[in-house]
Design a protein around this ligand. Structure first.
Ligand SMILES: C[S@@+](CC[C@H](N)C(=O)[O-])C[C@H]1O[C@@H](n2cnc3c(N)ncnc32)[C@H](O)[C@@H]1O
Length: 296
């Protein structure tokens, strides 16, 4: 069952128990998860996506903000409850996280179809709607209260290109091969079935479509967010590669978050034939392709 958690902001030191920090479980469950992982070959295309019967999760020590369930050595965090929608909308967010800078750097064609998964109150949904005036934004969340909030705001502001989707913990409910881009801001780390969600996102993206993943930087102790609400680049790359995504680049221009770009690769062409134009590319624009995947 989904438990509600108020927000990822690090509390004053006195209110943080030592166990929250000391029981950081990276080492404890990782060995088992790695063994599990080696049973499955890396995914190279839709045909070889993991079988539904595969159980990629392990149970381990439950830390204060986690659910005691691990994926590839990472403990999954609680889901932020809808009562914290006000925290998502806090005015100081612009100063702390520079969302407008994020929007400037998000390469999406004006007619792109983009999904905001884990949309919450729609803080980014409505910025995206302005970014793709001839396109559509599909705002996806598992909490009906968040979806209501999104619908009301959309009606109030008369936004024409936002559609809401009530999803499940395992399924985005997005149509297949339908979206050019997926934005995930501070949401992926709380997916309780990340493997299934990655599979669902993979299916929803057009070939060449991109995931824009934003997570607080785990490598930076100065980012004042609780550990389970951060992610390292290394961990994100591991999890996305296991589901067939190709890491393109990470741009660290934001004060607190990694901005990571992953791609659903184009299917490999069998043989060049005259007049073969290949598969239509997703409507994301620019970005550097095929950078060497450096360890971070
Ligand atoms: C911390 S909030 C971030 C909201 C928004 N992206 C923002 O930055 O303002 C995370 C959101 O992800 C949603 N969420 C958690 N697990 C999800 C899943 N498996 N699928 C879709 N949404 C999910 C939660 O309901 C919550 O609204």
């Amino acid at each position: 069952m989904m438990k509600q958690w108020r927000c990822g902001l690090r509390l004053p030191a006195a209110t943080m128990t030592a166990t929250t920090v000391l029981l950081l479980p990276w080492g404890l469950a990782s060995a088992e998860a790695e063994v599990e992982e080696k049973k499955v070959a890396p995914v190279t295309g839709e045909a070889s996506l993991p079988k539904k019967s595969f159980h990629p999760y392990t149970q381990g020590p439950k830390s204060r903000d986690g659910i005691g369930k691990y994926y590839m050595g990472r403990e999954i965090s609680y889901v932020m409850g809808h009562l914290a929608a006000g925290w998502l909308e806090r005015p100081e967010r612009e100063r702390e996280e520079k969302p407008s800078l994020l929007m400037e750097n998000l390469e999406l064609a004006p007619d792109a179809v983009v999904a905001d998964i884990g949309a919450g109150s729609g803080y980014f949904t409505f910025m995206l709607a302005e970014k793709v005036p001839q396109g559509r934004v599909l705002a996806v969340d598992i909490q009906p209260e968040m979806i209501d909030f999104l619908k009301k705001r959309s009606e109030k502001e008369g936004t024409k290109n936002v559609e809401t989707i009530l999803s499940t913990e395992k399924d985005t409910k997005l149509p297949a091969n339908a979206v050019d881009g997926i934005l995930l801001v501070d949401a992926y780390h709380e997916f309780s079935f990340p493997r299934e969600m990655l599979e669902s996102m993979y299916q929803a993206l057009k070939p060449g479509g991109r995931v824009f993943l934003l997570e607080y930087r785990a490598e930076d102790p100065l980012v004042p967010i609780k550990p389970l609400h951060k992610m390292s680049q290394k961990q994100a790359k591991l999890e996305y590669a296991a589901s067939g995504f190709r890491w393109l680049e990470t741009r660290d221009f934001l004060p607190r978050q990694h901005f990571m770009i992953f791609e659903k690769p184009e299917p490999k062409k069998k043989a060049a034939s005259p007049g073969d134009e290949g598969v239509e590319k997703g409507k994301t624009a620019g970005g550097q392709e095929g950078k060497v995947d450096e360890e971070s």
